[in-house]
Design a protein around this ligand. Sequence first.
Ligand code: FNR
Length: 360
Amino acid sequence: MAAEPVNLNEFQELARLALPKMYYDFYAGGAEDEHTLKENVEAFHRITFRPRILVDVSRIDLSTTILDYKISAPIIIAPTAFHKLANPEGEVATARAAASCNTIMVLSFTSSSTIEEVAASSNAVRFYQLYVFKKRDITATLVQRAERNGFKALVLTADTPRLGRREADIKNKMITPPLKNLEGLLSTKVSSDTGSNFEADANETMDASLSWKDLEWLRSITNLPILIKGILTREDAIKAVEVGVAGIIVSNHGARQLDYSPATISALEEVVHAVKGRVPILMDGGVRRGTDVFKALALGAQAVLIGRPVVYGLAAKGENGVRRVIEMLKDEFELTMALTGCPSVKHITRNHVRTEQERI
Ligand code: FNR
C-alpha cells in the first residue's frame, strides 16, 4: 500500500499498523458476530444513484447549517472514546482538526482529555455527549461543566443501558484508561488512576432505568438543546419529537451494542418519514465515502457523523490525520455532487438515489 492514503479505508490500514492490537481491536470491533458492523458499510453499497446531467456544477457549495451553526460540509465528528489510545494529544488534537475543517466535534463522555482541556484547545463548535449515571448529581455536574465551557448542545446517547458484548475486547482483556472527566467525582474504580475495565464498571455506574420521562429532568438542569442518539425506529422517533428534542441521531453505536440492529442507512428513511421535518435528523454508522454522505442526505439526513475514520486518522497521523480524513471525505462528497448534478446540498433529493427495494 502507498504510504499516502487516498481514501478512508487506507487510513484504517495505517491505523492497524500503528496501534497495539488491543487498541486497534477496541476501535475497530463491533458486537458479537459483527453482522451489523459489516452491514453498516455494505448497506451503503446496495444504494445506487440516479445522476442528473447537464446541470451547471461549475461551483459546488458543500456548506450546511446544523442547529444554527454553519459548517463547511454535512460531516461531523462522532463521539468516540479514549482518543489518547490513538495519539498522546487525544481529543485536543481532534478538536483542533474540527476547528480547522470548520465542522462540529461531539466530545465523548468517555474522553481521555477533560471538557476544560478540549474547550481551551480550539474554537471548534463542540457538542457534549452524555451517558446518565445512577448518581444523577454526577451527570448534572458534567452537564454544567459542558455548558460553562461553551459546548453548544448535548447529545444523549440512549442505546447504552448496558454495554454491548464486544468479543475482541474480552479476548484481549482490554483495560480502558480512567475517565478523565470523572476524576474526583466517583469513588469507584472508574475514576482510579490505575485504569479500569470500563465494560464492567459502566454496567455498575450507568443508569439502566433511564427512560423517556427522564428527558424532563435533563431539560430541567440545562438550557442547552438536547439531541438523542441511537434512534432506529419510527416509534422512538415520534417519542423523541414529543418530548421536545432538538434533533435525532439515527445510530446503532457503530454496531457496538446490539448485533442484528439494522444498518443505519437502512433505518434512516423510516425515521425521516415519522419525523416529517419537525426536527433535524443526523445519522452515523459505516460512512466511509463521499458517496455515502450523499446517499444519507438523499434519504433525508441533514448531516452524517463519522466515528472510526476519525480515530484511524488520529492514530495514523495525529491532528493532521484527522484533518486529512475529513478533507478527503469532503472532496469525495463534492465530486459526487458534481457528478450527480447537485450544486448545493439543497439540490440533493430522494430522486437522486435508488434503494434496493426500488431496483429495476
Ligand atoms: C463509539 N461510539 C460512541 N458513541 C457514544 O455516544 N459515546 C461514546 O463514548 C462512543 N464511543 C465509541 C468508541 C469507539 C471506539 C467507536 C468505534 C464508537 C459510537 C460513535 O459515536 C458512532 O455512533 C459510530 O462510531 C459511528 O459508526 P462508524 O463511523 O464508526 O462506522
